[in-house]
Design a protein around this ligand. Sequence first.
Ligand code: GH3
Ligand code: MG
Ligand code: MG
Ligand code: MG
Ligand code: MG
Length: 316
Amino acid sequence: VVLKSTPGSVDYIVWLVKRLERNRRISALVVDDSMSARLHTATLLKMFGYRVVEAIDGAAALKALESDATIRLAIIDQEMPGMQGVELTQRLRALRARDRVAVIGVSGRDDATLVARFLKSGANDFLRKPFSREEFFCRVSQNVDQLELIGSLQDLATRDFLTGLPNRRHFLEQAERLVPQMRAAGRRLAMAILDIDHFKRINDSWGHEAGDHALRAVAAALSAHARDGDHVARFGGEEFCLLAPDLEGAALLDYFDSLRQRIEHLVVHSPGGELRMTVSIGVRAVTADDDLQCLLAEADRRLYLAKAGGRNRVVA
Ligand code: GH3
Ligand code: MG
Ligand code: MG
Ligand code: MG
Ligand code: MG
């Protein structure tokens, strides 16, 4: 077991309990044609709390990966009938990138090139059989810790800290892909920019903390309003974005106006008391030659028209 502090100390027990709790959410795929080797590895993993999925060959492993999104770790034997470990690793990587699944290659063969071949095929690490329990846990823990670190960095890079919504960068990346994709498929796509009306007044009269509450309330309303396939984001300050496919005509107007009303009817329980607010919304539906920049610029121009027209309204 990887020791972070003295076994038996309170620190150590707290660490171990947290670790076992985390591991219960992680499935490890053990791929080996030898039943006894599978059993040995599976037993070690279960000792540390991991859920285990076993596969007797490459084909079974790929099938398990396709149906089970909880698999974060794959321990892959090299010598197997049908598909060898290195080839399986390559095919696994086509399904799951390095930020999704860690791969550890395993072999008892004394083959000088094998470790390099595993690593070049997309494995993160290698274990030579027979391995000690300590080495096994060190390698498994380090690889799982690294995945977790990547996940939290991805979260920090793509989420807005205050509201938990996707941030501007993440939204633009998704939109950059979605706009041409929808246009090629001949589907409609509407870009909306929402801006809270007179938000400066909310901050000035209720305080910044109340303003933050209001921002979180709008974010929650936006998430609740969004359908499957819609993308929402905090675009910056008190501005939000919503990218909504397959809406046109009266349905489009109705969709955004009901969002406007939803926010108009929100009562935000802030430290200073109950506050209300309204939003203005500019909407642009994609046309044949719109790229993302045009779409945003036109939604923004319409937002300006909504503000100039008296606020608390949708201009589409
Ligand atoms: P308009 O109706 O024209 O949009 O007026 P407005 O007051 O909403 O617009 P303005 O751009 O003048 O003010 C936006 C305010 O939003 C100013 C800024 O301090 C505030 N703001 C931006 N980000 C945050 C935040 O994270 N928390 C809080 N509390 N306020 C924020
Ligand atoms: Mg084998
Ligand atoms: Mg603004
Ligand atoms: Mg505003
Ligand atoms: Mg403004």
